[in-house]
Design a protein around this ligand. Sequence first.
Ligand SMILES: [Mg+2]
Length: 299
Amino acid sequence: MEYEDRFRQNQRPKYDCLLFDLDDTLYPLSTGLAKACGQNIKDYMVEKLGIERSKINDLSNLLYKNYGTTMAGLRAIGYDFDYDEYHSFVHGRLPYENLKPDPVLRNLLLSLPYRKLIFTNSDKVHAVKALSRLGLEDCFEGIICFETLNHIHKSTVSDDEDDIEFVGGSDTTTKKDDSSFQIFDIIGHFAQPNPNTVLPKTPIICKPSENAIELALKIANLNPQRTLFFEDSVRNTQAGKRVGLHTVLVGTSQRIKGADYALESIHNLREAVPELWEDDIKSEIAYPGKLAVETSVTA
Ligand SMILES: [Mg+2]
């Protein structure tokens, strides 16, 4: 017993940081934002990129599946567009009025004595707006968002072989510096697979690429083994687990491979992960890299 007490006193808290996805993690799917966003993306593809509406469902599914986000896939197969314009089109008309202040979640977050960060594929404008609507804007140390991981607007296909490891392949069928406007036919590629053709790479860095997660961890100075990652996406959760994070799948109580915990709602956090409140946290241990992150995380 004595040994146990001594051991407890010297034991560090299990986590330094809680890393939260935003959309469908900090608020539920029932708000309708995800559905509206999906429709806006399809409208953008038709109205701004001139893609035939009959192809949109197949195309957006393939792009999302192979590149993490539809946007990353559109860039990979050869479409060029302004990232800010894309984000303002797909997020600008979302039903933000459905996001209401969430004092329950706010109190939960404020009672957790750890570093807390947002890690989202969305852009900063959307993240700030959504957090503000939820009344959570001051609950986080910083936001790692699209702009944090993708600094340039008109990027060329990356030379970094590691950028999109999750789509496989390294050759680029479509070169962005070609003067001709050439689009890789990804629907045709999957309809009649040719072993000699590989998927083009995307210049966009986003979840569930392990490199995107590793970059986020590096920017925020986080040790994955001391970070608890909250996500509604199964594949993002599993990618997080592969890079060494502790993981919480949000939105279902069914645990899957790669998730250490599963919560129907983020509101169930105290019941599902009570040890978060049990550790005797010492501030000098819990906030090792605070200053470094404050100056670099928010894009
Ligand atoms: Mg999400």
